[in-house]
Ligand binder design. Structure first.
Ligand SMILES: [Zn+2]
Length: 378
């Protein structure tokens, strides 16, 4: 892996951690104001912090086209998903102010130009479907018709939903360096962590120095478990079952796109910017419904030479408790049949929790289940 000179951590994507924060310029209120969607606000915040390094703003057409066509920026660097700002038309001035839904200006964008884009083509290439029932495709189809390109300077950061977990890439990197970690595995999640994922994260941690549990806290589908409940689940899990000097929990401010394989690559690149040298990719990473094959999000990594991404994916199959083995296992490590495995469907788990019953301890830690039971009651 290529290494940042000062800390022995993996170098950011493209070599340098971008910082697009800056002072509020004079006369912002006189500029044309553009209100961002919640996904665009998440992207803006990640541009500010360098989580999307080497991007310094919303994508220009040459980058957008090449990303959609062959998973690379115009300069050849791997990149998996558009990071674009949808507008009705090109603004008149050379600068516009970007605002949140309340109209508060957060950033200035230096207008590089606007371009039309083909929504069906973007859907087909990036989401592998043009079906409007797919939540990412549905959102794409609702977008305004042009993309506005330009570098951003963010002078007011979005209020983080969990201030105690709000760590920018520079801060996670500083924490890793302080703790003497060099090899760090990142774990993306938008679900409560039950025994299966605890097993994967601990299996990965056995081979590296530290673990970053990095729950996504940006916008998700309305039927996903709310971030506040999940964050409480991570807290009780880590408090009770992880060594504190080997784990860091921080929030990943991205919005879910549900782009499956491409999002797995994108998630990995972002975590590299946070200082992770390794990244866990499980079954159906960032998937939704049955749009993607179970292992598509692992197979897509083969489209790159390992040195190109630099961050190393760690692939896992689904885990379960096996009564014969007497421990957590996966189909890779357990020869026994399904009857010997503790398996509960998502529907069954929700049913138990909403009735106030604990799932088996082989499935879920009781402390985690209690948090979910309280959330169902609330
Ligand atoms: Zn077994």
């Amino acid at each position: 892996m290529s290494v940042a000179q000062d800390t022995h951590l993996i170098a950011p994507h493209g070599g340098k951690l971008v910082d697009r924060t800056g002072a509020r310029p004079e006369g912002v209120e006189k500029l044309e104001q553009l209100e961002l969607t919640s996904r665009e606000l998440s992207d803006l915040d990640m541009l500010a912090s360098g989580a999307l390094s080497p991007l310094e703003g919303f994508m220009a057409q040459h980058d957008y086209e090449r990303v959609v066509d062959d998973l690379r920026l115009a300069n050849g660097l791997p990149w998996a998903l558009p990071v674009c700002l949808a507008v009705d038309r090109e603004p008149d001035g050379d600068q516009v102010a970007l605002t949140d839904a309340s109209g508060t200006p957060l950033a200035v964008l230096e207008v590089e130009g606007a371009y039309e884009y083909d929504k069906e083509r973007e859907a087909d290439r990036c989401f592998r479907t043009t079906d409007e029932a797919h939540p990412g495709v549905a959102r794409l189809y609702q977008q305004k018709p042009c993309y506005l390109a330009g570098r951003v300077t963010v002078f007011e950061r979005v209020e983080p939903p969990f201030p105690e977990l709000a760590l920018d890439p520079a801060q996670t990197r500083a924490t890793f360096a302080e703790r003497g970690w060099r090899r760090v595995v990142g774990f993306q999640t938008r679900n409560p962590i039950h025994r299966a994922h605890e097993y994967l994260t601990k299996g990965a941690l056995e081979t590296v120095d530290g673990l970053l549990i990095h729950p996504l806290v940006g916008e998700t589908k309305s039927d996903d478990v709310p971030a506040a409940t999940r964050v409480e689940c991570y807290r009780v899990l880590v408090d009770n079952y992880f060594p504190h000097d080997r784990v860091l929990v921080a929030a990943f401010p991205a919005a879910m796109r549900y782009a499956g394989p491409r999002e797995a690559i994108w998630h990995a690149i972002c975590r590299k910017n946070y200082g992770c040298s390794h990244f866990i990719v499980g079954r159906d990473h960032a998937g939704v419904g049955d749009y993607y094959g179970t292992y598509d999000a692992q197979l897509i990594f083969d489209e790159f030479e390992p040195h190109e991404l630099d961050i190393e994916p760690m692939f896992f199959e689904h885990a379960f408790f096996c009564r014969v083995c007497g421990q957590m296992a996966t189909p890779k490590t357990c020869p026994h049949g399904g009857d010997d495995h503790v398996f509960l469907s998502g529907t069954k788990v929700r049913e138990l929790l909403s009735e106030g019953q604990l799932p088996p301890a082989e499935f879920s830690r009781p402390e985690v289940a209690e948090v979910l039971i309280q959330a169902y009651r609330g």
